[in-house]
Structures are given as C-alpha cells and as structure tokens.
Ligand binder design. Structure first.
Ligand SMILES: O=c1ccn([C@@H]2O[C@H](COP(=O)(O)O)[C@@H](O)[C@H]2O)c(=O)[nH]1
Length: 286
C-alpha cells in the first residue's frame, strides 16, 4: 500500500539519500487551527486533508522530508487521525520521508504497541520514523529500537529540546554527566548494530533544538559520538537562523535535519508562495 520512499534500505540510508538530493530541510506539517482559518479552510478533517495536500505539493521535489505534528490531528478525534493516516500515505507516495512527531514513550511493553502503530509498514499510521521520549529511561525504548530495525524505520530520541523549560530536566546531572549526555551516549550505542562498512546516517537519531544546540558544546555533549541524524526544530518561528544553526551545531552540522513549520506555512495558502518559501528555506540551509 505504501510506496517505496526516497532511496532504499533502512531509514538512515533513505535519509542520507534524501538529504544528499534535497538538502537538510524538513517541512513541518502543523495545521494550527488559526492557520486553517488563515488559509480559508474548514476547521475540521476536510480542512486538515486539504492543508496536508497543499503542503505535500509544495514540498515534494523541493525538500526530502516532512514532519506532521500528530497533536494537531489528534485534537479533531477519530476523523483527524483518519486524515493524518491519509496525509502520511500521500506524502510517502509523493516520495517524501515522513517523520511522525508523536513523542511516544512508556514502559517497554506499551512502547512495543506504540512502535507497531507508527513503524509497521502495514499500519494505517506507517511513518518512516517516529519521535520518542526517553524520560522513562532509555531502556524503556528497547522495543521501539527493535521494531525500527525490523521494519527498516527510524527513531528520533528527545535529548535537548528546543523549549527553554526542557533544560531543567535535560541538563540535570549525575556525577557531572547531564541527562542529555546520557541520552546521546545511549543513542550512539544503540546505533552500533550497523553492518560493517555501512556509511551514511544511522537509523536511530536525536532531537536537539536549533535554539539549544550551542548548549551541547557548553555542557561537553558530543553530538558527533556516532553518525546519528539530528532532528533540529526551532529554526524560523522559534528564533534560530541558518547562521546560528551552523555555529551552534559546529562539527555535527552535517548530521542535522532542520525542521521549519510555522515560518514556511505562514507563506500559504497560495501554492506558488508556499513552494517559494520551501525553496528559500532549503537554499538558506544548504
Ligand atoms: O524540541 C522540540 C521538539 C519538537 N518540536 C516540534 O517541532 C515543530 C516546530 O514548529 P515551528 O513552527 O517551526 O516552531 C512543532 O511541531 C513542535 O512541536 C519542537 O519545536 N521542539
């Protein structure tokens, strides 16, 4: 049912191919209710579908990755989640990689169910990768790591999020090692199952905010500890710029996939203006 997305092989290989071809922009598909109104769309599942359809049309061929924010679909109940399933399928059929931003995390046995819901290609919500939270302990994500390997899918593990409140937890330290550093080390370790000689990005990556990247260096967190892809939200609406991203990530910048949601979506609904906003952001980050 789902088309083969960009490239072949596991998620890391597909993401590497997509970034080589289209650059490091990930377009955020965040149908804020106010945005639907501005775009002249219904504040219901039909509006979500049309919004998704237009964002996919503007993104395909201009960027390689799209990130639907699940919360903006969930708030419409069953019909919203049905629209999300259809939009994810349409995006993958258009050759885009889909990262479902659902930030799932629970005890291991429940985590296994979340992983099947989002990473099994036979699932209605099948995505190429899923954002997950490690704050129940990185070990609780083991079933998701196994499911990702089984399905050729990926995970992005929250490490140092873009919101300032995250630092209270993420920069707390035990024996001078911050929680964020422990997560980065655990993700690098989880990625060691790569085949000998395998190049490119790994399947399991990190979420590090475009706005908080410089904190990693300040706190001695080595984001180059492995070939982990790094999903970086915070560019545009949250204040990070192409220049601050490069400076903040430093040597890790080649691993970075930059998300932009509101700063691109604000250019809609006209298809040409939306496509130009995608092109501009992609060029700025190249
Ligand atoms: O640390 C994080 C993790 C996820 N997000 C999500 O990314 C987008 C950002 O949207 P903008 O409109 O470009 O600010 C949104 O879906 C967040 O939930 C994040 O911002 N920070």
């Amino acid at each position: 049912m789902t088309a083969a997305p960009e490239g072949s092989g596991g998620f890391g290989a597909r993401l590497t191919a997509a970034m080589e071809r289209h650059g490091r922009l990930c377009v955020g598909l965040d149908p804020h209710p106010g945005m639907l109104t501005t775009w002249g769309l219904n504040d219901d599942a039909s509006g979500l579908r049309e919004f998704g359809h237009r964002v996919i049309a503007a993104t395909a061929g201009r960027a390689g990755v799209i990130k639907p924010q699940v919360a903006f679909f969930e708030r419409y109940g069953v019909s919203g989640m049905q629209a999300l399933a259809e939009i994810q399928r349409e995006a993958r059929e258009a050759g885009l990689l889909v990262i479902a931003d659902a930030k799932r995390g629970d005890i291991g046995s429940t985590m296994a169910a979340y992983a099947e819901a989002w990473l099994d290609p036979e699932s209605e919500f099948a995505a190429d990768a899923l954002t997950v939270t490690p704050f129940l302990g990185f070990g609780s994500l083991a079933p998701a790591v196994e499911a990702a390997a089984r399905h050729g899918a990926g995970l992005f593990v929250l490490a140092l999020t873009s919101n300032p409140e995250g630092q209270q937890v993420q920069l707390a330290a035990r024996e001078h090692v911050t929680v964020a550093e422990q997560i980065v080390r655990a993700v690098a370790q989880a990625d060691t199952g790569r085949e000998a000689g395998q190049e490119g990005l790994a399947d399991i990556g990190l979420v590090v905010g475009a706005t908080t990247a410089s904190l990693a260096a300040e706190h001695g967190i080595d984001l180059t500890a492995g070939p982990m892809p790094i999903l970086a939200p915070g560019y545009g609406a949250q204040g990070a710029t192409a220049q601050s991203l490069r400076a903040g990530f430093g040597a890790a910048y080649p691993q970075v996939l930059v998300n932009a949601s509101r700063s691109i979506l604000a250019a809609g609904p006209a298809p040409k203006a939306l496509a130009e906003a995608v092109e501009r952001a992609a060029a700025e980050l190249r």
